[in-house]
Design a protein around this ligand. Structure first.
Ligand SMILES: Cc1cc2nc3c(=O)[nH]c(=O)nc-3n(C[C@H](O)[C@H](O)[C@H](O)COP(=O)(O)OP(=O)(O)OC[C@H]3O[C@@H](n4cnc5c(N)ncnc54)[C@H](O)[C@@H]3O)c2cc1C
Length: 405
């Protein structure tokens, strides 16, 4: 083996939360290489980092890596609601710190983390192993020979695409965020806005753990051909609109941007010795595109199962990973994707009605919808609530009509 060739059990493509979580639970002696095209873990920022305190606790994430939110508000063009989320606490994760912490979880293992290094392509060799070509920033190319490859490259689908296993997603959630000094904004208020300003998408704003405030807009393409950056510019230049949202933005913002697949959940995750995880396995919730907690949980699961596969040479552990993910996500994400498709077609009047409904449904149904969790009992609760609201609205209209008559 020359100095331009590396050999390992597992090649992980992508050092985002999914790939890093896989590495964190692989057995210490499994030889692993992670290639990550960015120069630093967690930067540039390509995500908002909204999550829930219960998940931060469950996943053992240090609590100083998140900021708790005390109030959640939603705005449409004509309506506004302060949401009652019950006991559930939304938080904003400090993602650069969190991702670095995730990377540290495998520092002591037999793993090599190659930063500023891009996976280019791969081919299956006759001995069943893969020969992958990677390139560093100085344009040096190297080969990585591995038994397994984990595709954790997010929306790029780098490995799946190179091997022609799964086509790159055609429908994408594309987001842009501006980060300003916190100024007069409350340090614990998160808002979402939808309507005329954001066709086929929604906007958000929240304070960060670093004493700043971020405002962003995300749209579904090709449902709309609008650029999120232009829409965001229109929002931040509209002073009366910002005043209505209760936002104080001043100074030159730092710009962040990110992309997320927005397609139906694909149940197949294992293709022989190539396995997908994270965004390239559509792990983010189809309702609000929240993926970090899911990537960490299921990435860790993959690390454990892959460790077994490396040890025993059996396929069973990988099939178990696929099955557990299917059980956890497939049904919920089918419902969630229906909500996603429907909301993408919402007109401003639909958003007004949606915000009115949010004021009336209970915390359980709200949180379930945001988290993309739709067990049968919650679906029944949500439908019962909606039917009741519908009857009340019809009754009010009838009474008004009779009154006019
Ligand atoms: C605008 C926006 C806002 C979001 N907000 C939230 C939120 O509030 N809360 C939440 O939970 N989730 C949010 N998400 C979703 C969340 O960010 C993703 O679900 C999560 O980051 C997916 O993790 P991942 O590791 O699968 O992929 P990524 O985070 O995309 O990481 C993959 C990494 O692989 C690298 N890579 C790609 N191709 C190659 C290659 N060929 N070679 C080497 N490296 C490569 C990329 O540079 C990237 O850093 C948001 C997403 C977007 C786009």
């Amino acid at each position: 083996m020359d100095d331009k060739t590396l050999s390992c059990d597992v090649l992980i493509v992508g050092g985002g939360p999914a790939g890093l979580s896989v590495a964190s639970t692989l057995p210490d002696d499994v030889k692993t290489v992670i290639v990550h095209q960015d120069q630093e873990i967690g930067l540039p920022i390509r995500t908002s980092g909204a999550c829930w305190l219960q998940d931060v606790e469950r996943l053992g994430i240090p609590q100083d890596m998140c900021k708790r939110m005390a109030s959640t508000e939603v705005f449409s063009d004509n309506e506004q609601a302060t949401l009652d989320l019950g006991e559930v606490v939304p938080v904003i994760l400090d993602t650069p710190r969190l991702y670095k912490w995730l990377a540290q979880q495998s520092d002591h293992k037999d793993r090599q983390l190659l930063l500023g290094t891009k996976f280019l392509t791969t081919r299956a060799r006759t001995d069943g192993r893969y020969a992958s070509t990677i390139r560093s920033r100085d344009r040096t190319e190297m080969q990585v020979i591995s038994t397994y490859i984990v595709d954790g490259s997010g929306w790029h689908f780098s490995v799946l695409d190179a091997l022609g296993l799964v086509a790159k997603p055609e429908r994408l959630a594309v987001g842009t965020e501006y980060e300003y000094p916190l100024g007069q904004n409350p340090p614990d208020r998160v808002i979402a806005f939808a309507g005329k300003k954001v066709p086929a998408g929604y906007g958000w704003a929240f304070p960060t753990a670093q004493g700043s405030v971020r405002i962003g807009v995300g749209v579904l393409q090709p449902d709309t051909d609008q650029s999120p950056r232009k829409l965001l510019d229109a929002v931040v230049q509209d002073k009366p609109y910002l005043a209505r949202l209760g936002l104080d933005l001043s100074g030159t913002p730092v710009v962040h941007g990110g992309i997320l697949p927005s397609v139906a959940y694909g149940e197949r995750l294992v293709f022989g010795n190539v396995i997908r995880v994270g965004d390239c396995a559509n792990f983010a919730t189809p309702t609000i595109g929240e993926g970090i907690r899911v990537c960490i949980e299921l990435g860790r699961l993959l690390g454990e199962e892959l460790g077994q596969a490396v040890r025993t040479g059996q396929r069973k552990p990988l099939k178990r990973y696929e099955r557990i993910c299917r059980r956890k996500l497939a049904r919920d994400y089918k419902w969630g994707f229906l909500v996603n498709r429907r909301a993408a077609r919402y007109k401003p009047a639909n958003w007004n009605a949606a915000v009115r409904r949010m004021r009336q449904v209970g915390p359980e149904a709200l949180v379930a919808t945001f988290r993309g969790e739709f067990p049968l009992i919650k679906i029944m609760q949500i439908s019962r609530n909606l039917i009741w609201l519908l009857i009340r609205a019809r009754w009010r209209r009838l009474r008004a009509a009779l009154g006019r008559g």
